[in-house]
Design a protein around this ligand. Structure first.
Ligand code: KG4
Ligand code: ZN
Length: 338
């Protein structure tokens, strides 16, 4: 079939999101219902609240995605759902919802890895991008340097040994009294601060391309506590800017090492993916680095960096093309790896 339209659902964390995607590249609709308001009160995602909210929102979000695409369920060629990694209860609600629809409508079902979804957001923003390329996946749960050798074929070259970059941003934000999710808020505040105001240590790791953010986070916390104990008003913008600079420097330095050692030979470019790829400083530093190394840079549009259904529909298209279908015994896989 020439035109394949997939209805996808993402419920791995705190966004209930559905989309209709054509041939893995074109967004016909993309609906994101964020639960941030529900979790803000607790300073982070509460798993049971997330599951219940997904349960309530699933049908509505899926309906809206179909409506905005101007399609009926019968006109859809396949259904896709995030099977992991993520919160088990949250994943189960989405998997069950799509299994029910697939069974009722007699449509094929594809289970998608959430991290692969983030990588695939680049296929939507850059219709010409094709593997092989290198990708830095940075989200609330992951900091991976990945070789995308082909559609659906990945080689993990480096990863965080402790906190993920997004997690570090969220914890640092909390220390500054910023509400959840802290990443975007630190990013905004940092635009007004001096990134050289505070010196934070460069992380050390055994693996050449591995990341570590817990030492950086602790050093940041210590700086904040020392200032508080002295009774000083926190220079929040300077602190945010210094922390953001340190995290982004670490992220780009390891990527640079990898690109320099492996060269750009055989790679079509370097890509960013995941919630943290919305970070302004990271986008600027990656642009400067790729210009210097003369390698094309690919970044998802901002609304496709954080969790969404469109990226799941894109990844599903290439799995479907390979004939990789899920059965009605599909289960949630909270610790699924790439
Ligand atoms: O990819 P995502 O939506 O969910 C996961 O798969 O984890 O990423 C969410 C993470 C959160 O930690 C959030 O604080 C972070 O991405 N984030 C950012 C920015 N936007 C989202 N971190 C830094 N700067 C941003 N602009
Ligand atoms: Zn994500």
């Amino acid at each position: 079939k020439e035109t394949v339209r997939i209805l996808s659902l993402e419920t791995s964390c705190d966004e209930t999101a559905a989309a209709v995607i054509e041939n893995g590249r074109k967004i016909l609709s993309n609906v994101v219902f964020s639960q941030i308001d529900l979790h803000e009160l607790y300073g982070g995602v509460v798993p049971e609240i997330a599951s219940r909210a997904h349960m309530e929102a699933c049908d509505r979000v899926v309906d809206q995605a179909l409506r905005e695409a101007g399609m009926s369920l019968q006109e859809i060629d396949a259904l896709a759902v995030t099977k992991g990694p993520g919160l088990v209860g949250a994943l189960l609600t989405g998997v069950n919802c799509m299994k029910g629809l697939a069974f009722a409508a007699g449509k094929p079902l594809v289970g998608v890895n959430h991290i692969e979804g983030h990588v695939s957001a680049n296929y939507l923003s850059h219709p010409d991008l094709e593997p092989p390329f290198l990708c830095l996946v940075v989200s609330g749960g992951h900091s991976h340097l990945v070789e995308v050798s082909d559609y659906g074929t990945y080689r993990l070259l480096g990863q965080t040994v402790d906190d993920a970059a997004g997690e570090a941003f969220d914890k640092a934000a909390r220390a500054l009294g910023l509400p959840y999710p802290g990443g975007p808020r630190i990013d905004k505040l940092a635009e007004e601060g001096n990134p050289e105001a505070f010196t934070l240590p460069s992380p050390k790791t055994d693996g050449r391309y591995d990341y570590s953010f817990s030492g950086l986070k602790t050093a940041f916390m210590n700086t904040v506590h020392t200032l508080e104990q002295r009774g000083e008003t926190l220079p929040k913008a300077d602190l945010a800017a210094s922390f953001r600079r340190a995290v982004c420097r670490e992220l780009t330095n390891k990527a640079r090492l990898l690109l320099q050692e492996r060269g750009r030979d055989g790679y079509n470019g370097f890509a960013l993916a995941g919630g943290v790829s919305a970070n302004r400083e990271l986008r600027r530093m990656a642009s400067a680095m790729c210009e210097e190394l003369k390698i094309p840079l690919f970044m998802p549009e901002l609304h496709l960096c954080t969790d969404n259904g469109a990226m799941i529909g894109s990844a599903a298209y290439y799995r479907l093309r390979n004939g990789e279908l899920a059965g009605l015994d599909l289960n949630a896989m909270p610790a699924l790896r790439l």
